[in-house]
Design a binder for this molecule. Structure first.
Ligand code: 2PG
Ligand code: MG
Length: 398
């Protein structure tokens, strides 16, 4: 068994131009892994704590690194992650920062794979992983916390559910993104891009729904397979404690359930994430009950990749899928466990990027390793294409 010999930490840039934590892990036998923490903008209240990168690095160097260097076996991800938890000592990584923890956890996994000479997805998934590839959800129009003066709903996603391969799906999403640009141009609507590379025009949600539907139809005609629409409502960001506040109207929680159920029916949505506030398990359960056989209802801020919150949701029938973001919980082992609990209870797993990203590709491997149904990692832009192109490579080499 080969020990981890060195853990190095530094600040690097993320896609928003902010600093984030990068980790490098080296093993006794020369295995090497490098990974960087992503960062959210519409963060859930119950997420693990992200510290300012400099502070996270200092704390992790002081507390976590001595528990890992020369102490844990590089191929044993559970030991690495247990050392991180032990070094931190809190439930939410508020001592060393979930950003430092997740960077070390992911870098150690890559070092373990490198040491074994195996691709990361195989190291994480084992020899018996299935052959299902995740369907990529591509963010093509968005607003909310990801862009100023744009839509209230955070993300309008292309969901190429009929794509014969990951590569076809990736290109289809980029084509929908391009078709949206053409439609905006035809209508003389200017648009910049939001944090994830989605178009962020100053239009309302209804116009965006119509626009993305049309863009999807155009691309469906070209590619000849089914593409549907999905949404990340990011409901917690709209909720003011009593009602959901949109630019042009306000909806009570009951009205919000009706509204989303109507959107699911009217637009044949394949996917709805965070339709309600992160504390509203009951509302999630009611909506899920109504649309369970029509669409995927996914909990992001609701579950924050946390198995305890997921189990509460399962007990109440809230949602039928979980969004999985390793930095929401702090380690790959925890993210893995969330996917396992979801699977045991018939919930789909959707592995996801954050709005602030780097060129790190770990989530592409995690999604393949765990046979996740979907991966949400944007449609265009270097930090997004890093993951999408990695999926294409994995598919080509599998
Ligand atoms: C989300 C994510 C990613 P953020 O809400 O699902 O799209 O956004 O990283 O800002 O939380
Ligand atoms: Mg979300």
């Amino acid at each position: 068994m080969t020990l981890v010999t060195e853990v190095r930490l530094r600040r690097v840039l993320d896609s928003r131009g902010d600093p984030t934590v990068e980790a490098e892990v080296t093993t006794e036998s020369g295995g090497f892994g490098r990974a960087a923490a992503p960062s959210g903008a519409s963060t859930g209240e119950y997420e693990a704590v992200e510290l300012p990168p400099e502070e996270a690095i200092a704390k992790a160097r002081e507390r976590a690194v001595p528990r890992i260097e020369g102490q844990v076996y590089a191929g044993d991800q559970r030991s690495v992650d247990a050392a991180l938890r032990g070094a931190d000592g809190t439930a939410d990584f508020s001592e060393i920062g979930a950003n430092a923890a997740v960077a070390i956890s992911m870098a150690a996994a890559k070092a373990g794979a490198d040491m074994l000479g195996a691709p990361l997805y195989q190291h994480l998934g084992g020899a018996f992983r299935g052959n299902e590839f995740p369907t990529p959800l591509g963010n093509v129009v968005g607003g909310g916390e990801h862009a100023a003066d744009a839509t209230d709903i955070q993300e309008f996603l292309a969901a190429p559910v009929g794509a014969p391969s990951v590569a076809d799906a990736v290109f289809a999403n980029a084509a929908v993104h391009g078709a949206v640009a053409d439609l905006l141009d035809e209508r003389g609507i200017p648009a910049a891009k939001g944090d994830e590379g989605a178009w962020a025009p100053a239009i309302d949600d209804e116009e965006a729904l119509a626009l993305v539907s049309t863009a999807i139809e155009r691309v469906e005609d070209e590619v000849g397979f089914e593409i549907r629409m999905g949404l990340d409502v990011a409901g917690a960001e709209l909720f003011d404690g009593e009602a959901y506040v949109y630019s042009d109207t306000t909806r009570t929680p009951a009205e919000q359930v009706d509204y989303v159920a109507e959107l699911v029916a009217d637009y044949e949505l394949a996917y709805v994430e965070d339709p309600l506030d992160e504390d509203d398990y009951e509302g999630f359960a009611e909506l899920t009950d109504r649309v369970n056989d029509q669409t995927i209802v996914c909990g992001d801020d609701l579950f924050v990749t946390n198995t305890d919150r997921l189990r509460d949701g399962i007990a109440q029938g809230a949602a039928n899928a979980i969004l999985v973001k390793p930095n929401q919980i702090g380690t790959l082992s925890d993210a893995f466990d969330a996917i396992e609990v979801a699977r045991e209870h018939g919930y789909d797993a959707v592995v996801s990027h954050r709005s602030g990203e780097t060129e790190d590709t770990t989530i592409a491997h995690l999604a393949v390793a765990t046979d996740a149904s979907f991966i949400k990692t944007g449609a265009v832009g270097g930090e997004r294409t890093a993951k999408l192109n990695e999926l294409i490579r994995i598919e080509a080499n599998a």
